[in-house]
Write a protein that binds this ligand. Structure first.
Ligand code: PHE
Length: 459
């Protein structure tokens, strides 16, 4: 029996939901760090170029696969070619694993947001506060559960009444918040200089020490960042593509999603680089990830004095919204996979089952910092706990494989024409058609292989 699939009510809902997925922690805690590391404007230029070519190709291919088949990853690949059934299974594991550990990080964000909201923000500055919190037994589990339940309620409400509605409200709020904080940042000055000096580090290309080899690293880092930032190879864009109204212009939608994702990343850099530079100097710019968000930034807010309390609240609200819209997309992808695979299971039931399983996996992940603590050195030289291993396996190993196999399927087994026909199925023009075909068949696979190989090289 064919059940009615959820759909977005219109193009805007689709774009905001997909942008909500794309805009996440990657934009806020990794992009600014990469820009500061790789010569400011040099990285920005390379990133934008790669987003318009590499990122565009991967994203539009996944959405086109979703729209063409009307299925989530688990069925979509098999429907296109029987030999690619395995890819559906592989791609379905990814959002499930990521959802569990992403909610753990979402919980950390919730905890900091709550701290700042009740006026305890300045306590987070104490040495070892973050480590102490993670090592405690119940607090990380509690906040993870809060974050996960909010995501689950949104997905439970449905594609249009939950995911789309939520994105339509919170994405504009997120844009307003990030623009507001960026403007405020420009008024700051502190022990190491002014915001404009920090902005110069961020925007002006610095070619010092740039060799061909180094430039290649910049290119590869930009490609890796785009790949993650655009939520590619997580089954999400296929699922969202399957919910897309058939008459939506695909090229225009992908352009709009890219503008949102890259715009937020650029603004995040405008906030992070100057603030960290002003209060901690150039050395501070070497931080990314949780260290930047939960250790360096609270110190910056403290240094701002009284205003820091309010900036802290606004900032962690922003991070919470960005993380929530991403986790919602992950859960939606998993739920849609279950519903496609087990047609007798209703959406709501699927949502409940997935929630229970994810809660268990996420609890185990939280325990990785205390009861189940161990240290493991990954093949890329990074030492980490359970969460880092889950992150590594999904992002560095599985996702490049899935994206590469998708390029092979779309570019070599099916041929780009089939994708291009789907992209243009409403009669719209596709001016990057030829570049698209070359990107899909040669250049994107080349970068994906390099991204995959770099997972096994020590930094
Ligand atoms: N695109 C997200 C980001 O930049 C990555 C992500 C998407 C992670 C969806 C989890 C879920 O952070």
């Amino acid at each position: 029996m064919e059940k009615k699939r959820g759909t977005f009510t219109g193009g805007l809902g689709f774009v905001l939901a997909a942008a909500g997925s794309a805009v996440g922690l990657g934009n806020l805690w990794r992009f600014p760090y990469l820009a500061a590391k790789h010569g400011g404007g040099v990285f920005l230029f390379v990133y934008i170029f790669m987003a318009l070519t590499f990122g565009f190709t991967l994203m539009i291919t996944e959405i086109a696969i979703g729209r063409k088949t009307g299925r989530s990853a688990i069925k979509a690949y098999a429907q296109l070619n029987k030999n690619f059934r395995f890819l559906g299974y592989l791609a379905s594991v990814i959002p499930f694993v990521i959802f569990a550990y992403y909610c753990v990080i979402g919980g950390w964000v919730m905890k900091y947001m709550a701290d700042f909201m009740v006026g305890n923000g300045m306590q987070t500055v104490a040495d070892g506060y973050f480590q102490g919190f993670m090592k405690s037994l119940w607090s990380p589990i509690f906040w993870m559960a809060v974050f996960m339940l909010i995501s689950a309620v949104i997905v439970y409400l449905g594609v249009d009444k939950g995911v789309e509605k939520f994105s339509k409200i919170f994405m504009p709020v997120l844009f307003v918040l990030i623009i507001g904080i960026a403007v405020f940042t420009m008024t700051l000055k502190g022990p190491h200089g002014t915001a404009f000096e920090g902005l110069a580090i961020y925007l002006i290309p610095d070619f010092t020490g740039m060799t061909v080899g180094k430039f290649f690293t910049v290119l590869l880092d930009a490609a890796g960042q785009i790949f993650y930032s655009m939520s590619i190879a997580m089954g999400i864009m296929i699922t969202y593509g399957s919910y897309m109204p058939k008459n939506t212009n695909l090229v225009k939608s992908v352009n709009q999603i890219e503008i949102c994702d890259t715009g937020v990343a650029l603004l995040a850099g405008m906030i992070m680089v100057p603030t960290v530079f002003i209060f901690q100097g150039v050395a501070g710019l070497e931080q990314s990830g949780p260290g930047l968000l939960f250790i360096a930034l609270p110190k910056v807010f403290e240094a701002m004095g009284f205003a820091g309390n309010f900036v802290g609240v606004a900032f962690f609200l922003l991070v919470a919204f960005a993380a929530l819209t991403s986790s919602v997309s992950l859960l939606e992808a998993v739920v849609s996979i279950v519903v496609d695979k087990v047609p007798s299971c209703s959406r709501k039931k699927a949502c409940t089952y997935v929630l229970v399983l994810s809660l268990i996996l996420a609890c185990v992940t939280c325990l990785g910092y205390n009861v189940l603590y161990f240290e493991y050195t990954l093949p890329n030289g990074v030492t980490g706990q359970l969460l880092d291993i889950m992150d590594y396996v999904s992002n560095n190993v599985l996702m490049p494989i899935v994206a590469l196999a998708t390029c092979i399927l779309a570019g070599w087994v099916l041929k780009p024409k089939e994708m291009i026909d789907e992209i243009k199925s409403n009669g719209e023009s596709f001016d990057r058609e030829r570049i698209y075909a070359v990107m899909l068949r040669y250049i994107a696979p080349f970068f994906l292989i390099l991204i995959f190989l770099s997972a096994f090289l020590t930094a």
